[in-house]
Design a protein around this ligand. Structure first.
Ligand code: BTN
Length: 245
């Protein structure tokens, strides 16, 4: 991973640049990193606040030979790689809130957006975008984010070298990705579960189709969250906002 890194000062979105590089056929493992994004995108068409000088705004291009419906597994794998890197470099112990929010003390420090290009049922390329709040102070966040977002600096009291974090994340990702390609999702799932805060808790999942409330009993092999409702039905959730009760 990261043998070719495109570093840009300012872009609209690293996802957009990575998508066009993927269309041009660049090799697997190509990375796009920007100091600032003017139109950073989050899940569910939300904006992602990406100011200059403080965060890691990065998109990775990979080309696994997997069917489309298993790509959520790669989002979970990326979350594990980032948690491991943060644990390796800092004293922090982040948690993962399904599917891919990395939280510290109940506030979001990392978001992951996985987008794919596919033909029929087969993946052509996967663009994994990661937004990591590294060196923002509380007052650097817009007011509406201050109560829900945090940064590694806020949680540790010191600033961190972004390049070193990127390097550690890429190394962690590379080793988990080769584990995934050789042994499948099972070992990744076990690691993910060890960091998950959403499991065995009562929660509300807000999906585009409606709201599901119940106990999170696990994740399925395709990365979906399994919720047991109060009438004992098992609902499979692929995309939602989660509120822990
Ligand atoms: C989320 O909603 O939690 C996902 C946020 C993903 C943000 C990252 S920043 C780098 C890449 N470029 C984007 O426009 N979005 C992703």
């Amino acid at each position: 991973m990261g043998r070719t890194i495109h570093f840009e000062e300012t872009v609209t979105s690293t996802q957009k640049i990575a998508q066009s590089l993927a269309n041009d056929g660049v090799q697997e493992g190509t990375i796009v990193v920007a100091d600032q994004q003017t139109n950073g995108r989050g899940r569910m068409s939300r904006a992602w606040y990406s100011p200059s000088g403080t965060g890691i705004w990065m998109s990775m291009i990979i080309r696994p030979n997997i069917p489309v419906n298993t790509t959520p597994q790669l989002t979970l794998l990326t979350a594990v790689a980032i948690v491991q890197a943060i644990e390796e470099l800092t004293p922090l112990k982040p948690d993962i809130k399904w599917p891919n929010d990395i939280m510290i003390n109940g506030k979001k420090v990392v978001g992951i957006l996985t987008e794919l290009q596919a033909e029929a049922d087969q993946v052509h390329s996967v663009i994994i975008g990661t937004g990591i709040n590294v060196n923002q102070k509380t007052e650097d966040f817009p007011e509406d984010l201050q109560t829900i977002a945090t940064s590694i600096l806020i949680e540790t009291g010191t600033s961190w070298e972004r390049a070193q974090l990127i390097q550690t994340i890429l190394l962690r990702f590379e080793s988990l990705y080769s584990l995934f390609l050789s042994k499948g999702f099972k070992p990744i799932k076990l690691l993910w579960e060890s960091y998950a805060i959403s499991l065995n808790k009562i929660l509300i999942a807000r999906t585009l189709k409606g709201t599901v409330e119940g106990k999170a009993i696990g994740i399925d092999d395709d990365g979906a969250l399994l919720i047991e409702t109060c009438d004992k039905r098992i609902e499979k959730i692929y995309s939602a906002d989660i509120e822990l009760k």
